[in-house]
Ligand binder design. Structure first.
Ligand code: GLV
Ligand code: MN
Ligand code: MN
Length: 413
C-alpha cells in the first residue's frame, strides 16, 4: 500500500475495532444508539482509553469532556498534531458517523508507534464531546467550547430532557477515567484532520474513495414555542380554541413554502415537534418545535433565516409564539494546504479522489478556528446516515486511516 517512510496501517485491526465499538449501544436494527456521555458513550471512551494504555499513550480530559489520547513527541514544547471526531450518535443512529474518524486517528497513532517513528510533535486522537447535539443542545458542543465559541459554564449547565446536566455527565466521565490527566481548554493544536463518512452520494456516484473536503455549509437553528390553551376537544368550538398544534402546523407549512427552491439546495428540517399535554381528547395548549436551516451561501442563509420569526408570528392565530435562535454558524472553507495534503496522500496511494463540499456539520469547523484543519470523506452507502442502516466499506475506511497516518507523519516529524 505504501513505501517508507509511510508505514502501512493494519486494516484488519481497524475493522475489528469498528465491530467492537458497534457493540456499545448496538441496536437490534443494526445501528448504534449512543447518546453523548450516556453510559454507552462513557463505555466507548473507556474502551479507547484501554487500547491507548496498551501502547503507553496518555489520556487527558478537558472541562467540557473532550478526550485527548496522546503519543508523546520528542519536543514537548510543540503543540500536538491531531486527528479525531466523535463517539456519540444520533438516537438510533449508525455505526460509522463519528466513530470512523476516531478509529482512523487511533489507527494512525498505533501504526506510527509500531513503526517506531519518532515525531517532534506529539500525536493526538481527539474525541470531541457531544457532536450530535441530540441529547444536549447545541451540536459540536465540545469542539466549540474548546475553540472558544461557547462558554464552558453555560454548556455545563445544559440539561437533557430528563433534567440531567452536561456538568454531571462530564463528572461521570472523569470518575470513570480516574487515571486521565487534565487538559486546558484552548491549548494549542498544530493541525487537525477529521475523517468522516460523506453522508451524501457524491463519492459513491463518482466511484471515488476519498473526498478532500473544501468547506462546510452554514446553518441556523431555532426553537419555537407556541403557547395556546389546553381545552376539552368535545366541548370547545373552533372559535374559542387556542390550538397550538393548528398554529404550529400553519407555521411549518408556510416555512416550507418560503424555503422551497427549484435548485433543491436549501435544507429546511423540523426534526423535533412536541405536542403538549399530549392527551388525545385535549386541544393542545403548547407545541415546541425545532428548525434546522442550512445553506452554502452566507448572504442568502442570513436573509432566509431572518424571515423565520416574522413567518411564525404571522401564522400564530390566537396563540402566542416565542422564537429563539440557539445556534448560528456561517459557511466556512478549509485552508488549501490541508485540502492539498489529503489529495497528495490519496494520489500517493492510488486512491481515486476528488474535492468535495460538506453539507453536514462537523467538529473540524471549530478546530479550524485554532489551527489549519481539514477533512477526509469516504463513501457512505446510498448516502444514508443518521439511520441504523448507515454503512461504510472496510477498504474505504482503511484508505482514510492511511491518509491520516501520512498526514500526521508529514506534519509531526
Ligand atoms: C451532524 O451530525 C450534522 O447534523 O450535520
Ligand atoms: Mn458526525
Ligand atoms: Mn451526525
Amino acid at each position: 500500500m505504501s513505501n517508507p517512510p509511510y508505514p502501512e496501517i493494519n486494516s484488519k485491526r481497524l475493522w475489528r475495532r469498528h465491530l467492537d465499538m458497534a457493540k456499545i449501544g448496538g441496536t437490534p436494527g443494526g445501528g448504534v444508539h449512543r447518546l453523548a456521555l450516556s453510559d454507552e458513550d462513557i463505555e466507548a471512551h473507556l474502551l479507547l482509553a484501554e487500547w491507548a494504555g496498551v501502547h503507553g499513550f496518555s489520556t487527558d480530559l478537558d472541562s467540557i469532556g473532550n478526550m485527548f489520547i496522546r503519543r508523546a513527541g520528542s519536543d514537548p514544547s510543540l503543540p500536538p498534531v491531531a486527528s479525531g471526531s466523535h463517539t456519540d450518535t444520533q438516537p438510533l443512529g449508525g455505526r460509522f458517523d463519528g466513530i470512523t474518524g476516531v478509529l482512523a486517528a487511533f489507527e494512525a497513532l498505533e501504526t506510527i508507534h509500531e513503526a517506531g517513528i519518532e515525531t517532534r510533535h506529539a500525536l493526538e486522537t481527539i474525541v470531541w464531546n457531544n457532536e450530535e447535539g441530540s441529547r444536549f443542545i447545541p451540536a459540536c458542543m465540545g469542539s466549540a467550547v474548546y475553540a472558544g465559541g461557547e462558554e464552558v459554564s453555560d454548556m455545563l449547565a445544559r440539561e437533557d430532557r430528563n433534567g440531567v446536566t452536561m456538568g454531571s455527565c462530564v463528572g461521570a466521565l472523569k470518575k470513570a477515567l480516574p487515571q486521565a490527566g487534565s487538559r486546558e481548554l484552548g491549548a494549542p493544536i498544530a493541525s487537525f484532520i477529521e475523517t468522516h463518512i460523506e453522508q451524501g452520494i457524491e463519492l459513491e456516484t463518482n466511484g471515488n474513495t476519498i473526498g478532500a473536503v473544501t468547506g462546510m455549509q452554514g446553518y441556523r437553528r431555532f426553537e419555537v414555542h407556541v403557547i395556546g390553551e389546553d381545552a376539552h376537544s368535545g366541548t370547545t368550538p373552533r372559535a374559542r380554541r387556542k390550538d397550538a398544534f393548528a398554529a404550529a402546523s400553519d407555521m411549518t407549512r408556510a416555512l416550507r413554502e418560503l424555503l422551497w427552491d427549484e435548485e433543491d439546495e436549501i435544507r429546511y428540517t423540523v426534526g423535533r415537534f412536541e405536542v403538549l399535554p399530549g392527551g388525545i381528547s385535549v386541544v393542545p395548549g403548547r407545541v415546541n418545535f425545532y428548525i434546522d436551516l442550512r445553506y452554502h451561501d452566507a448572504g442568502k442563509l442570513d436573509a432566509l433565516g431572518d424571515r423565520i420569526p416574522e413567518i411564525c408570528r404571522a401564522h400564530a392565530g390566537p396563540c402566542e409564539v416565542e422564537i429563539n435562535e440557539f445556534i448560528r454558524q456561517a459557511p466556512m472553507a478549509f485552508p488549501e494546504s490541508m485540502i492539498a495534503g489529503v489529495e497528495q496522500a490519496a494520489a500517493r496511494h492510488g486512491f481515486p479522489h476528488q474535492r468535495i463540499y460538506s453539507y453536514a456539520g462537523h467538529d473540524a469547523r471549530h478546530a479550524a478556528r485554532l489551527c489549519p484543519a481539514g477533512m477526509i470523506f469516504i463513501p457512505c452507502w446510498r448516502g444514508i446516515s443518521h439511520n441504523e442502516s448507515e454503512r461504510a466499506e472496510p477498504d474505504d475506511i482503511a484508505a482514510a486511516a492511511q491518509i491520516v497516518t501520512d498526514m500526521l507523519i508529514d506534519q509531526a516529524v
